[in-house]
Each structure stands twice: as C-alpha cells, then as structure tokens.
Design a protein around this ligand. Structure first.
Ligand code: NAD
Length: 323
C-alpha cells in the first residue's frame, strides 16, 4: 500500500487532499496544529502537533513515505496577510516549518515532496493593471512580491529547490492561485474573497447592501478545490519539478464575483465598495507551462464551483443563525 504524509492536514486544501488520497488507496498520516474544523479527518493517523518543532517533524517522518505533501503555513485571506499586522509571525512560522520539514525529510530519505507555494510570489510591478497582469512562471524575477507572505513563499521555494539539487530529492512546487470550495474558512478573519462574498450574500436579505473591499474592479481568478487537487496530484507524479502555476485563467473583477454569487443565491443586492486591504490590482493564472508540461488545464467554469461553495456557506450561515 502506498503511503503519504500530509502536513497541514487540518487545513482547507490539506483536509480535502487527505480525502482524495484515501479514495486513491493510500495509507495517510496527517499533521497539523488542529483537526479539520468542519468534518472528521479521513487520515489513518493524525498527529496534532507543531511543525515548527523539529521533534514533531521527526515523529511525523519516521519512515520513508511515497509522497510527502507540505501544505502547512501561517496564512489567511487579505484581511490576514495584507494588513501588515501579522508579517513577522507569517514569515517566522512558515520558514521554520519548511526548514524543519526539509531537514527531517532529508534525514528520513524522503524521495518525493510537494510544496504549496503561491501566486503571491509574483512581482507587484507586473500586476498593476486589472486587465493584463503578467504571471508567467519565469517572470517571478527580479523579485518584488507585494507581501511578506509572498517573500516567504519565494524564499521557501528556493530552499526546496536547493534540497532537491543537493540531496537528490524530487521536489514539486505548485504556485496556487486563490483556491476555494466547501469546508474552508468562511467567518474567522482568515476567509478569502469567494467564501467572504458568499457569506455576505447569504446573510443579507433581498434588496440589502453588501460591502466589498476596494473599488471592486481589482481582478482575480479562482480555482475550485477539486481542480486544485487534480492539478496537484498530476504535478506530484510527473517528472516536472520547476515551480508551476495551478490556477484558473477565468479572470473576473471582485464586483463580478459578487454578482455571480447573487445570481446563484437568486438575490438582488447593492454593492458598497469600501476601503480595505487589497493586494495587487490584477491577477490571473498563466496556464501555458502546465499545459505544456502536464497536458492539463482546469475543466470546469468558475460558476460550477461557486454554486457548491455558496450552498455550503449558506448552510453554515443558517446553522449559525438558528435559535
Ligand atoms: P489553511 O490555513 O486552511 O491550511 C494551513 C494549515 O497549516 C492550517 O490547518 C494550519 O493549522 C496548519 N499550520 C499552520 N502552522 C502550523 C504549524 N506550525 N504546525 C502544524 N500545522 C500548522 O490554508 P490552505 O488554504 O489549505 O492552504 C494550504 C497551502 O497552500 C498553504 O501553504 C498556503 O500558503 C498555500 N496556498 C493556498 C492558497 C489558497 O487559495 N487556499 C493559495 C496560494 C497558496
């Protein structure tokens, strides 16, 4: 039986990944500070522990896993990573996790490791226009991410690549672009735009007003969790090791995303654009490299994933409002 270690198995992507690996027949060990908040973990074993602690990393990597997935990070949506209030913690915590984990993998003779990087590594100067952002993988240098979260991801990518070169490890790096779906943060300050917008739409009665940060013209693309896992598992089992975008190239403005959520909910609401933490002006996934190397692209339109996410968020809102 194949074995996998999932670091960050209590988080959004990690908990969905555990389910997928179990469906594929893996024996899975998860590690996280916390258990998944919205459903029981499907991992065969779950270590509740802090990966900043080398002892926990060694406990987690006590055998040669077929696949080690590193998704653990101190992260959140714009309200968490773009305010500046959490910069030192974000950088310190995530770098320490990655340093420890790589060293434990080296000592445990791990062959194949996946690292979840982010679109936040790309330079701000290529994302100043909402309509034509440049996010080709090679455009990451000269480096100028717009957040410390992005700088940490870029630095950590380099540590993974260096361990790959120097210690014969097979490293696979995905630069994720705004992954969303059910069972993700929706109301704890770490939620990202799709869940936050679904929550606001679900909470607001017909004819009411929702608040959207910025002028709403900032653009993004959003990848549904199932597509993310398909791209990630293909990357992990490929012979391509350079960082590659895993995202959707269906770009839209944040106000358009809000309108799509209203359409799904069958509600007419007004949008009030207010000041708030934003990030770059325009961002979209450039999928040419992944198409070339893995012959893969996401297959479903955004609205299919948003329908499933809205239904889940609406159920959370209703449950939280129940007497
Ligand atoms: P998440 O916050 O839901 O999951 C991260 C998990 O890491 C959390 O459960 C957290 O408890 C755990 N963790 C943090 N510090 C830890 C520690 N010291 N020890 C053990 N566990 C610890 O985030 P996610 O959306 O599932 O993202 C997974 C990965 O993908 C992260 O590395 C993130 O930076 C990256 N990523 C995600 C997105 C996205 O849109 N979701 C986009 C780009 C990159």
């Amino acid at each position: 039986m194949k074995t996998a270690l999932v670091c960050g198995a209590g988080g959004f992507i990690g908990s969905h990944l555990v389910k997928r690996l179990k469906r594929e027949g893996f024996w899975v060990r998860g590690v996280d500070l916390k258990y998944p908040p919205f459903a029981d973990t499907e991992a065969d074993e779950f270590i509740q522990g802090d990966l900043r602690d080398m002892h926990i990393c060694k406990q987690a990597i006590d055998r040669q896993f077929d696949e080690v997935w590193q998704l653990a990070a101190d992260m959140g949506g714009a309200g968490y990573i773009f305010t500046g209030d959490n910069d030192a913690e974000v950088m310190h915590n995530s770098v320490q996790i990655n340093l420890n984990l790589l060293e434990a993998c080296r000592q445990g003779n791990t062959r194949r490791i996946f690292y979840s990087s982010s679109a936040c590594v790309y330079p701000e100067y290529n994302q100043l226009e909402p309509d034509n952002p440049k996010l080709e993988e090679s455009s990451v240098y000269p480096a100028a991410p717009d957040s410390e979260y992005g700088w940490e991801k870029l630095f950590s990518e380099r540590i993974y690549l260096a361990y790959g070169r120097n210690h014969g490890m097979e490293v696979h790096i995905a630069r994720y672009h705004n992954v969303f779906g059910p069972e993700g943060a929706w109301n704890d300050g770490k939620e990202k735009a799709p869940a936050a917008i679904c929550r606001k739409v679900a909470e607001t009665p017909e004819g009411g007003t929702i608040e959207i940060w910025g002028d709403g013209q900032q653009t993004r693309s959003f990848l549904f969790i199932e597509e993310c896992l398909e791209g990630s598992t293909r990357l992990m089992r490929s012979d391509w090791s350079g960082p590659v975008n895993i995202g959707s190239d269906e770009m839209l403005s944040i106000n358009q995303l809000a309108t799509m959520a209203m359409q799904i909910a069958g509600k007419q609401l007004l949008i009030n654009n207010i000041p708030g933490p934003l990030g770059v002006r325009g961002r979209n996934s450039d999928n040419r490299l992944i198409a070339e190397k893995l012959n893969w692209a996401p297959s479903q339109p955004l609205i299919r994933g948003l329908e499933k996410t809205y239904a889940w968020v609406e159920a959370q809102v209703n449950a939280s409002q129940a007497p």
